[in-house]
Design a protein around this ligand. Structure first.
Ligand code: GLC
Length: 449
Protein backbone atom coordinates (compact mmCIF):
# COMPACT_ATOMS: atom_id res chain seq x y z
CA UNK A 1 0.00 0.00 0.00
CA UNK A 2 1.62 3.28 -1.02
CA UNK A 3 1.73 5.86 1.70
CA UNK A 4 -1.04 8.44 1.49
CA UNK A 5 0.44 11.81 2.29
CA UNK A 6 -2.72 13.68 3.03
CA UNK A 7 -4.89 14.04 6.08
CA UNK A 8 -8.65 13.52 6.17
CA UNK A 9 -9.18 17.21 6.71
CA UNK A 10 -7.20 17.94 3.55
CA UNK A 11 -9.29 15.55 1.49
CA UNK A 12 -12.46 17.17 2.72
CA UNK A 13 -11.01 20.65 2.40
CA UNK A 14 -10.14 19.90 -1.21
CA UNK A 15 -13.77 19.03 -1.76
CA UNK A 16 -14.99 22.24 -0.22
CA UNK A 17 -16.77 20.05 2.31
CA UNK A 18 -16.04 21.31 5.82
CA UNK A 19 -17.73 19.37 8.57
CA UNK A 20 -18.65 19.83 12.20
CA UNK A 21 -19.51 23.09 13.86
CA UNK A 22 -21.21 24.60 10.84
CA UNK A 23 -23.76 21.80 10.91
CA UNK A 24 -24.93 22.80 14.36
CA UNK A 25 -25.11 26.47 13.42
CA UNK A 26 -27.00 25.87 10.22
CA UNK A 27 -29.92 24.29 12.02
CA UNK A 28 -30.77 27.74 13.38
CA UNK A 29 -33.05 29.22 10.81
CA UNK A 30 -31.59 32.68 11.22
CA UNK A 31 -28.00 31.80 10.40
CA UNK A 32 -26.83 31.52 6.83
CA UNK A 33 -23.55 29.72 6.26
CA UNK A 34 -21.86 30.93 3.12
CA UNK A 35 -21.00 28.75 0.10
CA UNK A 36 -17.32 27.87 -0.21
CA UNK A 37 -15.06 29.43 -2.86
CA UNK A 38 -15.27 26.21 -4.88
CA UNK A 39 -19.08 26.31 -4.78
CA UNK A 40 -19.08 29.93 -5.94
CA UNK A 41 -16.70 29.15 -8.78
CA UNK A 42 -18.92 26.25 -9.84
CA UNK A 43 -21.84 28.63 -10.18
CA UNK A 44 -20.07 30.37 -13.06
CA UNK A 45 -19.46 27.21 -15.10
CA UNK A 46 -22.36 25.99 -17.24
CA UNK A 47 -23.77 22.60 -16.18
CA UNK A 48 -23.66 19.52 -18.46
CA UNK A 49 -26.10 19.37 -21.43
CA UNK A 50 -29.85 19.15 -20.77
CA UNK A 51 -29.37 19.98 -17.13
CA UNK A 52 -32.87 21.51 -16.76
CA UNK A 53 -34.64 18.51 -18.21
CA UNK A 54 -32.63 15.95 -16.24
CA UNK A 55 -32.97 17.79 -12.92
CA UNK A 56 -36.78 18.07 -12.86
CA UNK A 57 -37.61 15.03 -10.68
CA UNK A 58 -34.60 15.58 -8.46
CA UNK A 59 -35.64 19.13 -7.58
CA UNK A 60 -39.11 17.95 -6.60
CA UNK A 61 -37.81 15.02 -4.54
CA UNK A 62 -36.09 16.94 -1.72
CA UNK A 63 -35.34 13.93 0.51
CA UNK A 64 -33.12 10.92 -0.18
CA UNK A 65 -31.41 8.05 1.63
CA UNK A 66 -27.63 7.62 1.50
CA UNK A 67 -26.32 4.14 2.26
CA UNK A 68 -22.72 3.47 3.28
CA UNK A 69 -22.11 -0.24 3.25
CA UNK A 70 -18.85 -2.11 2.76
CA UNK A 71 -16.15 -4.14 4.47
CA UNK A 72 -15.92 -1.39 7.07
CA UNK A 73 -19.39 -2.52 8.15
CA UNK A 74 -17.81 -5.82 9.23
CA UNK A 75 -15.15 -3.96 11.21
CA UNK A 76 -17.69 -1.55 12.71
CA UNK A 77 -15.32 1.31 13.50
CA UNK A 78 -16.07 3.95 10.85
CA UNK A 79 -15.63 3.75 7.07
CA UNK A 80 -12.22 5.40 7.28
CA UNK A 81 -10.80 2.71 9.61
CA UNK A 82 -8.45 1.25 6.98
CA UNK A 83 -6.64 4.58 6.84
CA UNK A 84 -7.15 5.94 10.35
CA UNK A 85 -6.09 2.69 12.00
CA UNK A 86 -3.32 2.09 9.44
CA UNK A 87 -4.54 -1.39 8.51
CA UNK A 88 -2.31 -3.04 5.88
CA UNK A 89 -4.08 -4.04 2.64
CA UNK A 90 -3.48 -7.77 3.15
CA UNK A 91 -4.95 -7.63 6.64
CA UNK A 92 -7.95 -5.53 5.57
CA UNK A 93 -8.65 -7.86 2.63
CA UNK A 94 -9.51 -10.66 5.09
CA UNK A 95 -12.74 -8.81 5.84
CA UNK A 96 -13.94 -9.57 2.31
CA UNK A 97 -14.28 -13.24 3.19
CA UNK A 98 -16.08 -12.49 6.46
CA UNK A 99 -18.64 -10.23 4.78
CA UNK A 100 -21.74 -12.44 4.51
CA UNK A 101 -24.87 -10.31 4.41
CA UNK A 102 -28.26 -11.95 4.44
CA UNK A 103 -30.08 -12.03 1.10
CA UNK A 104 -31.94 -8.92 0.00
CA UNK A 105 -31.18 -6.79 3.04
CA UNK A 106 -31.68 -3.80 0.75
CA UNK A 107 -35.42 -4.45 0.70
CA UNK A 108 -35.65 -3.30 4.31
CA UNK A 109 -33.66 -0.16 3.51
CA UNK A 110 -35.97 0.66 0.61
CA UNK A 111 -39.08 0.07 2.71
CA UNK A 112 -37.72 2.30 5.44
CA UNK A 113 -36.79 5.01 2.92
CA UNK A 114 -40.29 4.91 1.50
CA UNK A 115 -41.85 5.04 4.96
CA UNK A 116 -39.68 8.03 5.87
CA UNK A 117 -40.92 9.95 2.84
CA UNK A 118 -37.63 9.69 0.96
CA UNK A 119 -37.84 9.68 -2.83
CA UNK A 120 -34.45 8.26 -3.79
CA UNK A 121 -31.57 6.12 -2.57
CA UNK A 122 -27.83 6.36 -3.21
CA UNK A 123 -25.63 3.40 -2.23
CA UNK A 124 -21.85 3.12 -2.09
CA UNK A 125 -20.93 0.84 -5.00
CA UNK A 126 -17.26 1.19 -4.00
CA UNK A 127 -15.92 3.26 -1.11
CA UNK A 128 -12.30 4.34 -0.52
CA UNK A 129 -11.43 0.82 0.69
CA UNK A 130 -11.78 -0.36 -2.94
CA UNK A 131 -14.22 -3.23 -2.37
CA UNK A 132 -16.98 -3.35 -5.01
CA UNK A 133 -20.58 -4.43 -4.45
CA UNK A 134 -21.11 -4.91 -8.18
CA UNK A 135 -20.06 -7.67 -10.52
CA UNK A 136 -16.82 -6.20 -11.85
CA UNK A 137 -14.81 -7.85 -14.59
CA UNK A 138 -11.88 -5.64 -13.62
CA UNK A 139 -11.21 -6.98 -10.12
CA UNK A 140 -11.92 -10.00 -7.96
CA UNK A 141 -12.30 -7.72 -4.98
CA UNK A 142 -16.05 -7.61 -5.45
CA UNK A 143 -19.11 -9.08 -3.74
CA UNK A 144 -19.88 -11.90 -6.23
CA UNK A 145 -16.35 -13.32 -5.83
CA UNK A 146 -15.86 -12.76 -2.10
CA UNK A 147 -17.84 -13.50 1.08
CA UNK A 148 -21.27 -12.41 -0.18
CA UNK A 149 -21.06 -14.65 -3.27
CA UNK A 150 -23.63 -12.54 -5.10
CA UNK A 151 -24.18 -9.14 -6.70
CA UNK A 152 -25.20 -6.69 -3.96
CA UNK A 153 -25.59 -3.76 -6.34
CA UNK A 154 -28.24 -5.71 -8.20
CA UNK A 155 -30.12 -6.42 -4.96
CA UNK A 156 -30.00 -2.72 -4.11
CA UNK A 157 -31.27 -1.63 -7.51
CA UNK A 158 -34.13 -4.12 -7.44
CA UNK A 159 -35.11 -3.17 -3.89
CA UNK A 160 -35.30 0.54 -4.70
CA UNK A 161 -37.33 -0.10 -7.84
CA UNK A 162 -39.75 -2.35 -5.95
CA UNK A 163 -40.64 0.64 -3.73
CA UNK A 164 -40.89 3.03 -6.67
CA UNK A 165 -37.81 4.97 -5.56
CA UNK A 166 -35.19 6.56 -7.78
CA UNK A 167 -31.67 5.25 -7.27
CA UNK A 168 -28.06 6.17 -7.68
CA UNK A 169 -24.55 4.87 -7.19
CA UNK A 170 -21.93 6.51 -5.02
CA UNK A 171 -18.49 5.65 -6.41
CA UNK A 172 -15.20 6.66 -4.79
CA UNK A 173 -12.51 7.66 -7.28
CA UNK A 174 -9.89 7.45 -4.55
CA UNK A 175 -8.96 3.83 -3.98
CA UNK A 176 -6.78 2.54 -1.10
CA UNK A 177 -6.72 -1.00 -2.45
CA UNK A 178 -5.68 -0.55 -6.07
CA UNK A 179 -1.87 -0.66 -6.44
CA UNK A 180 -1.96 2.49 -8.61
CA UNK A 181 -4.36 4.36 -6.33
CA UNK A 182 -1.68 6.72 -5.01
CA UNK A 183 1.17 6.17 -7.48
CA UNK A 184 -1.00 7.46 -10.31
CA UNK A 185 -0.14 11.01 -9.28
CA UNK A 186 3.58 10.52 -9.97
CA UNK A 187 3.80 8.03 -12.76
CA UNK A 188 2.08 8.28 -16.15
CA UNK A 189 1.94 4.54 -16.79
CA UNK A 190 0.36 4.04 -13.44
CA UNK A 191 -2.12 6.87 -14.03
CA UNK A 192 -3.11 5.38 -17.38
CA UNK A 193 -3.80 1.98 -15.79
CA UNK A 194 -5.71 3.45 -12.86
CA UNK A 195 -7.83 5.89 -14.87
CA UNK A 196 -8.74 3.07 -17.29
CA UNK A 197 -9.77 0.98 -14.29
CA UNK A 198 -11.91 3.75 -12.79
CA UNK A 199 -13.58 4.68 -16.09
CA UNK A 200 -14.08 0.97 -16.79
CA UNK A 201 -15.83 0.43 -13.45
CA UNK A 202 -18.05 3.47 -13.90
CA UNK A 203 -19.00 2.04 -17.26
CA UNK A 204 -19.83 -1.27 -15.54
CA UNK A 205 -22.14 0.18 -12.90
CA UNK A 206 -23.94 2.21 -15.55
CA UNK A 207 -24.36 -0.71 -17.94
CA UNK A 208 -25.20 -3.71 -15.78
CA UNK A 209 -28.37 -2.59 -14.00
CA UNK A 210 -30.67 -0.72 -16.38
CA UNK A 211 -31.69 2.84 -15.62
CA UNK A 212 -29.60 4.62 -12.99
CA UNK A 213 -30.80 8.05 -11.85
CA UNK A 214 -27.79 9.49 -10.00
CA UNK A 215 -24.02 9.31 -10.41
CA UNK A 216 -22.49 10.28 -7.08
CA UNK A 217 -18.67 10.51 -7.30
CA UNK A 218 -16.56 10.95 -4.21
CA UNK A 219 -13.02 12.00 -3.26
CA UNK A 220 -10.94 12.82 -6.32
CA UNK A 221 -7.57 12.61 -4.56
CA UNK A 222 -4.83 12.43 -5.87
CA UNK A 223 -5.56 13.67 -9.40
CA UNK A 224 -7.13 16.78 -10.89
CA UNK A 225 -9.86 16.95 -13.54
CA UNK A 226 -7.29 16.59 -16.28
CA UNK A 227 -5.67 13.59 -14.63
CA UNK A 228 -9.01 11.85 -14.08
CA UNK A 229 -10.14 12.79 -17.58
CA UNK A 230 -13.28 14.01 -15.91
CA UNK A 231 -14.79 15.64 -19.01
CA UNK A 232 -14.60 12.33 -20.81
CA UNK A 233 -15.92 10.58 -17.69
CA UNK A 234 -19.05 12.76 -17.58
CA UNK A 235 -19.57 12.40 -21.32
CA UNK A 236 -19.49 8.63 -20.99
CA UNK A 237 -21.89 8.74 -18.04
CA UNK A 238 -24.40 10.82 -20.00
CA UNK A 239 -24.02 8.66 -23.08
CA UNK A 240 -24.77 5.49 -21.09
CA UNK A 241 -27.53 7.08 -19.01
CA UNK A 242 -29.00 10.10 -20.84
CA UNK A 243 -31.40 10.99 -17.98
CA UNK A 244 -28.92 10.70 -15.10
CA UNK A 245 -27.89 13.57 -12.81
CA UNK A 246 -24.21 13.92 -11.85
CA UNK A 247 -22.66 15.38 -8.70
CA UNK A 248 -19.60 17.61 -8.43
CA UNK A 249 -16.94 15.42 -6.87
CA UNK A 250 -14.87 14.45 -9.91
CA UNK A 251 -13.34 17.95 -9.95
CA UNK A 252 -16.06 19.25 -12.30
CA UNK A 253 -19.17 21.15 -11.16
CA UNK A 254 -21.64 18.59 -12.59
CA UNK A 255 -25.36 19.10 -12.08
CA UNK A 256 -25.36 19.83 -8.35
CA UNK A 257 -23.21 20.80 -5.39
CA UNK A 258 -22.76 18.52 -2.36
CA UNK A 259 -22.17 20.42 0.90
CA UNK A 260 -21.25 17.78 3.46
CA UNK A 261 -22.44 17.70 7.10
CA UNK A 262 -23.64 21.28 6.74
CA UNK A 263 -26.50 23.06 5.08
CA UNK A 264 -25.44 25.78 2.71
CA UNK A 265 -27.84 27.25 0.21
CA UNK A 266 -25.88 27.52 -3.03
CA UNK A 267 -27.23 29.50 -5.97
CA UNK A 268 -27.19 26.45 -8.19
CA UNK A 269 -28.77 23.05 -7.45
CA UNK A 270 -27.39 21.51 -4.29
CA UNK A 271 -27.85 18.58 -1.92
CA UNK A 272 -26.65 18.51 1.68
CA UNK A 273 -25.50 15.04 2.70
CA UNK A 274 -25.45 14.19 6.37
CA UNK A 275 -24.95 11.36 8.82
CA UNK A 276 -27.48 10.48 11.53
CA UNK A 277 -24.68 10.00 14.07
CA UNK A 278 -21.04 10.97 13.36
CA UNK A 279 -20.10 8.17 10.95
CA UNK A 280 -21.15 7.21 7.43
CA UNK A 281 -20.22 3.55 7.70
CA UNK A 282 -21.47 1.36 10.56
CA UNK A 283 -19.70 2.35 13.77
CA UNK A 284 -20.79 0.14 16.67
CA UNK A 285 -20.06 2.61 19.44
CA UNK A 286 -20.93 5.89 17.84
CA UNK A 287 -23.93 6.94 19.91
CA UNK A 288 -24.06 10.58 18.87
CA UNK A 289 -27.49 10.31 17.25
CA UNK A 290 -29.44 13.28 15.95
CA UNK A 291 -32.99 13.57 17.23
CA UNK A 292 -35.91 13.24 14.79
CA UNK A 293 -36.57 16.91 15.48
CA UNK A 294 -33.09 17.87 14.29
CA UNK A 295 -33.54 15.74 11.17
CA UNK A 296 -36.86 17.43 10.34
CA UNK A 297 -35.42 20.87 11.00
CA UNK A 298 -32.53 20.06 8.67
CA UNK A 299 -34.92 18.85 5.98
CA UNK A 300 -36.89 22.09 6.33
CA UNK A 301 -33.70 24.17 6.15
CA UNK A 302 -32.67 22.37 2.94
CA UNK A 303 -36.10 22.74 1.35
CA UNK A 304 -36.20 26.43 2.27
CA UNK A 305 -32.88 27.01 0.49
CA UNK A 306 -33.93 25.15 -2.66
CA UNK A 307 -31.82 22.09 -1.87
CA UNK A 308 -32.20 18.40 -1.16
CA UNK A 309 -31.34 16.46 1.99
CA UNK A 310 -29.48 13.17 1.57
CA UNK A 311 -29.55 11.44 4.94
CA UNK A 312 -27.31 8.47 5.62
CA UNK A 313 -27.76 5.03 7.12
CA UNK A 314 -24.79 2.75 7.80
CA UNK A 315 -26.14 -0.81 7.78
CA UNK A 316 -24.35 -3.53 9.76
CA UNK A 317 -22.41 -6.28 7.98
CA UNK A 318 -25.49 -8.52 7.82
CA UNK A 319 -27.36 -5.66 6.15
CA UNK A 320 -29.59 -4.82 9.11
CA UNK A 321 -30.16 -1.16 9.89
CA UNK A 322 -28.99 0.16 13.29
CA UNK A 323 -32.12 0.38 15.48
CA UNK A 324 -31.60 4.06 16.27
CA UNK A 325 -31.66 4.92 12.56
CA UNK A 326 -34.88 2.98 12.09
CA UNK A 327 -36.48 4.72 15.05
CA UNK A 328 -35.47 8.18 13.87
CA UNK A 329 -36.67 7.56 10.32
CA UNK A 330 -39.99 6.09 11.48
CA UNK A 331 -40.68 9.27 13.44
CA UNK A 332 -39.67 11.43 10.49
CA UNK A 333 -41.93 9.30 8.29
CA UNK A 334 -44.93 9.78 10.58
CA UNK A 335 -44.36 13.54 10.37
CA UNK A 336 -43.95 13.42 6.59
CA UNK A 337 -47.20 11.54 6.21
CA UNK A 338 -49.06 14.60 7.45
CA UNK A 339 -46.75 17.38 6.39
CA UNK A 340 -44.88 16.36 3.25
CA UNK A 341 -46.80 18.77 1.01
CA UNK A 342 -44.73 21.51 2.65
CA UNK A 343 -41.52 19.75 1.53
CA UNK A 344 -41.90 18.12 -1.90
CA UNK A 345 -41.61 20.62 -4.67
CA UNK A 346 -40.73 23.43 -2.23
CA UNK A 347 -39.24 26.48 -3.91
CA UNK A 348 -36.64 28.83 -2.51
CA UNK A 349 -38.21 30.80 0.32
CA UNK A 350 -37.18 34.33 1.23
CA UNK A 351 -38.78 34.29 4.70
CA UNK A 352 -36.39 33.07 7.37
CA UNK A 353 -36.38 34.94 10.66
CA UNK A 354 -37.80 33.21 13.71
CA UNK A 355 -36.32 31.92 16.96
CA UNK A 356 -38.77 29.02 17.08
CA UNK A 357 -39.62 28.07 13.51
CA UNK A 358 -38.22 27.30 10.08
CA UNK A 359 -40.05 28.04 6.83
CA UNK A 360 -40.68 26.54 3.41
CA UNK A 361 -42.72 27.80 0.48
CA UNK A 362 -44.73 26.51 -2.44
CA UNK A 363 -46.09 29.18 -4.72
CA UNK A 364 -47.80 31.77 -2.51
CA UNK A 365 -48.15 29.42 0.45
CA UNK A 366 -45.75 29.91 3.31
CA UNK A 367 -45.24 26.97 5.66
CA UNK A 368 -44.15 27.82 9.17
CA UNK A 369 -42.55 24.80 10.86
CA UNK A 370 -42.57 25.41 14.60
CA UNK A 371 -40.01 23.35 16.52
CA UNK A 372 -40.21 25.20 19.87
CA UNK A 373 -43.93 25.62 20.47
CA UNK A 374 -44.63 29.17 21.76
CA UNK A 375 -48.17 28.58 23.16
CA UNK A 376 -51.34 30.45 22.22
CA UNK A 377 -49.73 33.03 19.91
CA UNK A 378 -47.01 32.86 17.33
CA UNK A 379 -45.49 35.68 15.30
CA UNK A 380 -44.05 36.08 11.83
CA UNK A 381 -42.02 39.27 12.01
CA UNK A 382 -41.71 41.66 9.09
CA UNK A 383 -44.07 39.85 6.72
CA UNK A 384 -44.96 42.33 3.98
CA UNK A 385 -47.24 40.12 1.95
CA UNK A 386 -50.95 40.13 2.67
CA UNK A 387 -52.07 36.94 4.35
CA UNK A 388 -55.33 35.43 3.10
CA UNK A 389 -55.73 32.50 5.46
CA UNK A 390 -53.85 30.29 7.91
CA UNK A 391 -54.37 26.73 9.15
CA UNK A 392 -52.66 23.90 10.95
CA UNK A 393 -51.42 21.73 8.11
CA UNK A 394 -51.89 18.27 9.68
CA UNK A 395 -55.46 18.78 10.94
CA UNK A 396 -56.60 21.45 8.51
CA UNK A 397 -57.89 23.46 11.48
CA UNK A 398 -58.13 27.19 10.65
CA UNK A 399 -55.93 29.58 12.63
CA UNK A 400 -56.99 33.15 13.47
CA UNK A 401 -54.54 35.95 12.72
CA UNK A 402 -54.06 39.69 12.84
CA UNK A 403 -51.87 41.33 10.24
CA UNK A 404 -50.14 44.42 11.57
CA UNK A 405 -47.70 46.72 9.82
CA UNK A 406 -44.60 44.93 11.07
CA UNK A 407 -45.84 41.46 11.98
CA UNK A 408 -48.46 38.79 11.57
CA UNK A 409 -49.79 37.49 14.88
CA UNK A 410 -51.31 34.03 14.81
CA UNK A 411 -53.74 33.66 17.70
CA UNK A 412 -55.89 31.09 19.48
CA UNK A 413 -53.33 28.33 19.08
CA UNK A 414 -53.37 25.42 21.55
CA UNK A 415 -51.18 25.83 24.65
CA UNK A 416 -49.13 22.77 23.76
CA UNK A 417 -47.88 21.70 20.35
CA UNK A 418 -50.57 19.87 18.38
CA UNK A 419 -48.06 17.94 16.30
CA UNK A 420 -44.67 16.46 17.11
CA UNK A 421 -41.74 16.92 16.83
CA UNK A 422 -42.57 19.95 14.66
CA UNK A 423 -45.96 21.60 14.03
CA UNK A 424 -46.54 23.06 10.59
CA UNK A 425 -48.83 25.98 9.76
CA UNK A 426 -49.85 26.68 6.17
CA UNK A 427 -50.21 30.41 5.55
CA UNK A 428 -51.73 31.39 2.26
CA UNK A 429 -50.57 34.76 0.97
CA UNK A 430 -51.71 37.00 -1.83
CA UNK A 431 -48.38 36.76 -3.63
CA UNK A 432 -44.95 35.28 -2.91
CA UNK A 433 -44.36 35.77 0.83
CA UNK A 434 -41.64 38.33 1.54
CA UNK A 435 -40.19 39.23 4.91
CA UNK A 436 -38.54 42.59 5.46
CA UNK A 437 -36.58 42.68 8.72
CA UNK A 438 -34.91 45.91 7.65
CA UNK A 439 -38.24 47.73 8.11
CA UNK A 440 -38.55 46.24 11.59
CA UNK A 441 -35.09 47.54 12.49
CA UNK A 442 -35.70 51.00 10.97
CA UNK A 443 -38.97 51.36 12.83
CA UNK A 444 -37.20 50.59 16.10
CA UNK A 445 -34.50 53.14 15.34
CA UNK A 446 -37.16 55.77 14.62
CA UNK A 447 -38.93 55.02 17.87
CA UNK A 448 -35.70 55.21 19.83
CA UNK A 449 -34.52 58.46 18.20
C1 GLC B 1 -16.38 12.07 2.63
C2 GLC B 1 -15.81 10.86 3.30
C3 GLC B 1 -16.58 9.64 3.08
C4 GLC B 1 -18.06 9.77 2.86
C5 GLC B 1 -18.42 10.99 2.07
C6 GLC B 1 -19.90 11.26 2.03
O1 GLC B 1 -15.85 12.31 1.41
O2 GLC B 1 -14.48 10.63 2.89
O3 GLC B 1 -16.27 8.69 4.03
O4 GLC B 1 -18.39 8.72 2.07
O5 GLC B 1 -17.76 12.07 2.52
O6 GLC B 1 -20.19 12.50 1.51
Amino acid sequence: MPELKISRRNYLGALGAGAGAAAALSTLSCTQPQPTKEAKKAEEIPPPPEHERRMQWWREAKFGMFIHWGLYSVFGRHEWAMETEAIPVTEYELLAKQFKPRPNAARDWAKLAKRAGMKYMVMTSKHHEGFCHFDSKLTNYCAPRQGPGRDLAKEFVEAARAEGLRLGFYYSLMDWHHPDGAKCAENEESRRRFVDYIHGQIQEILTLYGKIDIMWYDVAWPLDAKGWESEKMNEMVLKLQPDIVINNRNQLPGDFGTPEQRIVAEKRDWEACMTMNDSWGYHKNDDDWKTPKTVIRNLVTCARGGGNYLLNIGPKADGSIPEESTKILNTVGAWMEKNSQSIYGAERCQVRTSMYAGYTRRGNTLYMHIHFWPGATAVIPGLETKVKSAKLLASGKPVEFKQEELRVVLTGLPESAPDTPVTTLAIECESEPIQNMERVRKQRQRLQA
